[in-house]
Write a protein that binds this ligand. Structure first.
Ligand SMILES: C[S@@+](CC[C@H](N)C(=O)[O-])C[C@H]1O[C@@H](n2cnc3c(N)ncnc32)[C@H](O)[C@@H]1O
Length: 246
């Protein structure tokens, strides 16, 4: 029995999601993602885990790829539906570690660090298993996620700032023993302070490879970015592609 995950992307967060992630909606960011995903999908359908407000799903659909999403938050899906083309994307409301979408897919993808929203290792493994159950033989699973940046955390300290501006502060609070962190966000909006804290489980590339193996998938490519940059010891994130055994 799967634990029911808490919906962190509630109406308040959905309302400001696109504006607060505006840099991630820039064509310079989105276009290389869509190019690579369209290539991998080929003539088949694509499944997005955590489809959100459709940042990637909508432009991918416009390329002619049929996209189905699994999403926990009805508020995020309402924002997707309100956009042009938003009603053309099928969405299953549920937990992507367990929920089923109808059909089979040549591509499944989980971008923008969303695997880290799954805060238990067992559930991350279930996510890989659920993807494998949806993929056609030879189909691909793509994850975009940061490399855990523990090298930046001085020994004995647990908190690291990731954003510091006059109107926005962000701190990651690490629990290294539990391989978890909580991101604390503080924003000044119309003179009011808004605070949000969200838990994550950071995950190592090699650990993801093992999860893939448990689910019957093997690593096909690992890049440092969407333009197929090399993945190196200096990479701060990776785009990894696993293939389901034919
Ligand atoms: C960072 S947002 C990314 C949204 C979109 N993929 C994008 O790139 O803009 C993470 C999304 O994943 C959803 N999510 C998190 N955990 C989930 C789960 N276990 N099952 C389904 N959706 C989940 C959240 O509700 C949220 O919409």
């Amino acid at each position: 029995m799967h634990p029911v995950p808490k919906v962190y992307f509630d109406e308040r967060i959905a309302e400001r999601y696109d504006a607060s992630s505006a840099d991630m909606f820039e064509p310079a960011v989105v276009d290389p993602v869509v190019d690579l995903l369209a290539d991998l999908a080929g003539d088949g359908d694509a499944l997005e885990l955590g489809i959100g407000t459709g940042r990637i799903a909508l432009p991918l659909s416009q390329r002619g790829v049929h996209v189905h999403g699994i999403e926990l938050s009805p508020a995020m899906v309402a924002k997707l539906r309100a956009k042009p083309g938003g009603n053309g994307v099928d969405v299953t409301i549920g937990d992507f570690a367990a929920a089923k979408a109808s059909g089979t897919f040549t591509l499944a993808y989980l971008v923008y660090n969303t695997i880290m929203n799954v805060t238990a290792q067992d559930e991350q493994v279930e996510c890989f298993r659920n993807v494998a159950a949806h993929l056609e033989p030879g189909g691909c699973f793509v994850i975009e996620v940061g490399v855990p940046d523990l090298q930046r955390l001085p020994p004995g300290e647990t908190v690291r700032p990731f954003t510091v501006t006059a109107t926005r502060l962000g701190f990651d609070e690490y629990d290294i023993a539990a391989q978890g962190l909580v991101s604390h966000h503080y924003r000044v909006v119309d003179g009011q302070l808004q605070a949000t804290s969200m838990p994550f489980r950071y995950v190592w590339p090699s650990e993801l490879d093992l999860m893939a193996k448990l689910a019957g998938m093997t690593l096909r490519d690992r890049w440092g970015g969407w333009q197929r940059e090399p993945f190196t010891s200096a990479s701060t994130s990776h785009v990894s592609v696993w293939e389901k055994s034919p």
